[in-house]
Design a protein around this ligand. Structure first.
Ligand SMILES: Nc1nc2c(ncn2[C@@H]2O[C@H](COP(=O)(O)OP(=O)(O)OP(=O)(O)O)[C@@H](O)[C@H]2O)c(=O)[nH]1
Ligand SMILES: [Mg+2]
Length: 365
């Protein structure tokens, strides 16, 4: 059985080269561990100093060398140790504290510990901040970390008490079933581009992401492996996956590519099925796409004279015609209603369930 940790500590400055690195150390037993290594310059022991006094001294490493740093007791059981930046000094300190029975946590884990077993929703969302890669995601996360959803729930409860049930439901409804969208503000959506060989899938992926990610060639069967390209459309991270053209192939490598392509459909939030408008319309792929969310797009519109009414969406991956419209349609399929003024997202399923329950109770009353 492993011994329970005597105290815990976390690095609260970013990993990497910097002027200063800071460890926060928490726990009643932390003081004795720190005192074992840290000798204040004036000759007194560290615990002699009052709370919040910044103390300069030497940290004696196990190998006899030492390092100058400052430490402070910020409350009875919480300490800060500021040492040189970079990786070496902080690793040496962490090794020493671990040896004394301290548990090395990430700053997020340390932050959560302060909230007890069940962190509030706003705190869970606050922790997502470093994972945001777009301004849009950061905006939503900041609003929720500042208590937007808890405030809305409090308002809805106050309205319910005042007998304004309809207004309470109206306040909560925009948040219903939005945690999947919230998740994908941070983790990219997966859009798989599939179709017959030579339909222009790779060319289309290059247009959608805005650079030459995939090889485009007139020879059918060019793409074999899966090719992934990450992009952001209007603040939403999206990973496009280009696949091998699907046909009854003979060549073993191509067959392997086709198997990869079809298996990839399972992982797709949306399948973009590309049809070459210069070829006859087919329907025999419908079985393959059953149970998937599919957007069909006609490609090579520059080569056909009249629009085919079966394809409301017709683009040219070669000239870029209608690509922006296609991007907007993809987004509307992934995030319906994102342009509405009362568009909302939630960042965790538990809050989604809580709001569903509240709305059910309100509408039943
Ligand atoms: N005129 C025209 N040619 C296109 C268009 N899109 C693709 N092509 C051409 O069609 C050929 C096939 O394009 P790819 O993007 O490699 O097609 P693919 O679907 O990825 O093909 P595979 O990887 O073999 O399955 C290339 O010669 C492209 O230049 C288009 O919109 N208009
Ligand atoms: Mg290709």
């Amino acid at each position: 059985m492993t011994e329970p940790a005597k105290f815990c500590f976390a690095r609260v400055t970013p990993v990497g080269r910097s002027a200063i690195a800071t460890l926060v150390v928490n726990g009643a037993q932390a003081i004795s561990a720190i005192e074992k290594y840290f000798q204040p310059l004036g000759g007194r022991t560290f615990s002699d100093y009052p709370i919040n006094r910044i103390v300069f001294g030497k940290w004696r490493h196990a190998d006899g060398t030492h390092e100058e740093l400052v430490a402070a007791r910020v409350s009875e059981e919480q300490f800060e140790v500021h040492c040189h930046g970079g990786l070496t000094a902080i690793e040496a300190l962490a090794t020493a504290l671990t040896r004394e029975g301290g548990q090395h946590l990430s700053w997020q884990e340390m932050d959560l510990q302060a909230c007890g077993d069940k962190p509030p929703y706003w705190k869970t969302v606050e922790q997502m901040l470093p994972a945001c890669t777009t301004t849009l995601a950061t905006q939503y996360v900041m609003q929720h970390a500042n208590g937007e959803v808890e405030n809305v729930i409090a308002q809805a409860e106050a309205l319910q008490e005042a007998g304004e049930v309809e207004q309470a439901v109206a306040l909560l409804t925009p948040y219903l079933n939005t945690s999947r969208c919230g998740k994908h503000l941070i983790e990219p959506w997966t859009v798989v581009i599939a179709g017959r060989p030579n339909a222009g899938k790779s060319c289309l992926m290059n247009q959608l992401v805005g650079y030459q990610r995939a090889i485009v060639h007139q020879q059918a069967g060019t793409t074999r492996d899966l090719l992934r390209a990450l992009t952001v459309l209007d603040g939403w991270p999206i990973e496009f996956v280009d696949t091998a053209g699907i046909r009854a192939g003979e060549d073993a490598i191509e067959v392997a590519g086709i198997q990869l392509a079809t298996s990839q459909l399972e992982a797709a939030d949306l399948v973009l099925w590309v049809h070459d408008l210069t070829t006859p319309i087919e329907t025999d792929f419908e079985d393959l796409l059953r149970d998937h969310d599919v957007l069909i797009v006609g490609n090579k519109s520059d080569l056909v004279t009249s629009a085919q009414s079966e394809f409301p969406l017709q683009v040219s991956a070669e000239t870029g015609d209608q690509i922006e419209e296609l991007q907007a349609t993809i987004l509307e399929r992934l995030v319906p209603g994102r342009g509405n003024p009362d568009f909302k997202v939630l960042f965790c399923e538990a809050m989604d369930r809580r709001i569903q329950l509240l709305v059910e109770q309100l509408t039943a009353s």
